[in-house]
Design a protein around this ligand. Structure first.
Ligand code: ATP
Ligand code: MN
Length: 478
């Protein structure tokens, strides 16, 4: 039986009083044939296990190597060593799994994140990744808790979709046709009628359209699932497979949407700060150490903990796209021609512009609203000026865009006209348009990239380090 074990995180809260205990974990280090630092993944703080000299066979002690798995029975006693309140004096040691430390790629020293990405199957065993994945878990849990408390239903939207009309990005095709010799139509094009679903299908880029169907009957829903984009962007903020949270609310406008997004972001950050204090502090220290290597002007003004506190305790800035462009046109980097990309009303902002607004000008998260319709999706509600749409992007320091959302166009005729303008085939989206035909209502929603949120809370610079097994161009080993 294994479930009589006590987790190390729990054990460390005990008052040592000769209690008998069974612990299991992996060896981090074994010093002087006497002190085992044992870790079981529940906390970065290792349990010190004391092995009395002469009590165990030499042959057993030899097998206590870094990463060997042990089952230890012993007594909880006060620790004389500094840095820990208690330790376990071993009465029995069982080797559950040997580990050849010569071949084990992780040594008890600091490894680069790049190296750890090459051994992503083992990187959970480092303190950094253990902290990241405990925080990721908390954030995911908090997502469900937040929406559940507000009466949103968790809607599971499909991963395989037939609509490639959404236009959010390049898609991955899903097919069972033989790619060396697919069935063809007379005109030479591929005959998808013979494909598995009898039509062309892809992996979803967003659950939004289906989410709207749910919201316009159930009231308030959210999705939280994997999302796929075949865009060839090798950046520290893009993955080919990532997780997205997409709430959708009936009877809501852009302002309700902003309020929801801001409350949501603050709530899940606060949850992690309360439940993962130790891990956040560990990552904060790690980040501070890393930043020491940077030139002074590249370092952040705030540490990770201060940054998170600041975000949960202050209102996000809310500005329109037009105001954002004005600020950029007045800015020093613009005047000194330091921006690489053009700044002009009607042109989409690039990340250098977003970063300026968030990191230099406002120094806090910024919600930018009412973008020109030209570079936003067809379903966003057209404003009375006929030039802008009721869109909102939330920009976060160090990350850039973390949320993209909008009030949706609920007026059938306006929506159809927009689709026509943008060459979106209305016939394919007949089911989507039905929501506007049968009892249409003002509604709004947004998409938050979960990994970007995890990056924000953990301070990890590369999105590949906050998902267990990253999928990116030329990257799918594990
Ligand atoms: P970006 O401009 O940063 O490429 P986007 O405008 O294509 O993002 P949306 O379609 O608005 O993104 O998606 C909603 C959210 O999903 C974004 O705000 C972002 O947090 C996240 N996201 C989008 N693309 C990716 C990606 N390739 N990898 C990870 N997260 C992403
Ligand atoms: Mn976007």
């Amino acid at each position: 039986m294994f479930n009589n074990r006590v987790k190390i995180s729990q054990l460390l809260t005990w008052e040592p009083a000769q209690q008998e205990v069974t612990v299991m974990g992996w060896v981090r280090t074994f010093r002087n044939n006497q002190f085992i630092a044992l870790n079981d993944g529940s906390t970065n703080t290792n349990l010190q296990v004391v092995v009395e000299l002469g009590k165990f066979d030499e042959s057993l002690l030899k097998r206590i190597t870094t990463s060997a798995a042990l089952k230890i029975h012993g007594v909880v006693i006060p620790s004389l060593g500094k840095g820990q309140k208690l330790e376990v004096k071993a009465t029995s040691i069982e080797i559950l799994g040997d580990s050849d430390s010569e071949k084990y790629p992780l040594q008890p020293k600091k490894h680069s994140l790049e190296f750890l990405r090459e051994i992503a199957h083992l990187r959970f065993r480092t303190n950094t990744f253990a902290s990241v994945f405990r925080i990721r878990h908390s954030l995911a849990f908090a997502v469900h808790k937040f929406f559940h408390e507000r009466g949103f239903l968790y809607l599971h939207t499909p991963i395989i979709t037939a609509s490639d009309a959404e236009g959010a990005g390049e898609m991955f095709r899903v097919t069972t046709l033989p790619f060396d010799n697919p069935p063809r139509n007379e005109d030479g094009s591929i005959n998808f009628k013979e494909d598995f679903f009898g039509r062309s299908t892809n992996l979803t880029v967003s659950g939004q359209l289906e989410g709207e169907l749910g919201a316009t009957a159930l009231g308030e829903i959210y999705t939280f699932g994997p999302t796929f984009r075949a865009e060839n962007s090798n950046t520290t903020r893009h993955l080919a497979e990532f997780w997205m949270i997409e709430p959708e609310m009936a009877f809501s406008d852009l302002e309700d949407n902003m309020n929801l997004a801001e409350a949501f972001i603050k709530y899940i950050i606060r949850y992690a700060m309360e439940h993962n204090k130790e891990d956040i502090e560990f990552l904060a220290a790690r980040l501070a150490e890393e930043e020491k290597q940077l030139p002074a002007d590249k370092r952040s003004d705030m540490g990770l903990v201060e940054k998170l506190e600041f975000v949960v305790n202050n209102d996000f800035e809310r500005i329109t796209y037009t105001e954002a462009i004005d600020i950029l046109l007045q800015s020093t980097p613009y005047k000194k021609k330091k921006f690489q990309y053009e700044v002009k009303w009607g042109v989409d902002m690039q990340s250098e512009h977003e970063r300026y607004l968030v990191e230099k000008h406002f120094k806090k998260p910024v919600i930018v609203t009412n973008y020109p319709k030209e570079f936003k999706a067809f379903y966003m509600r057209l404003n009375d000026d006929n030039k802008t749409v009721a869109a909102m992007d939330i920009l976060a320091p160090g990350i850039g865009e973390i949320v993209g959302g909008s009030q949706r166009e609920e007026r059938l005729s306006v929506l159809e006209a927009r689709m026509k303008e943008m060459n979106i085939p209305a016939e394919e989206l007949w089911w989507y348009l039905d929501t506007r035909r049968f009892g249409t209502v003002p509604h709004a929603g947004f998409g938050l990239g979960f990994e970007r949120m995890v990056q924000f809370v953990t301070g990890m610079g590369n999105i590949r380090d906050v998902i267990a097994f990253p999928r990116a161009p030329k990257t799918a080993e594990f």
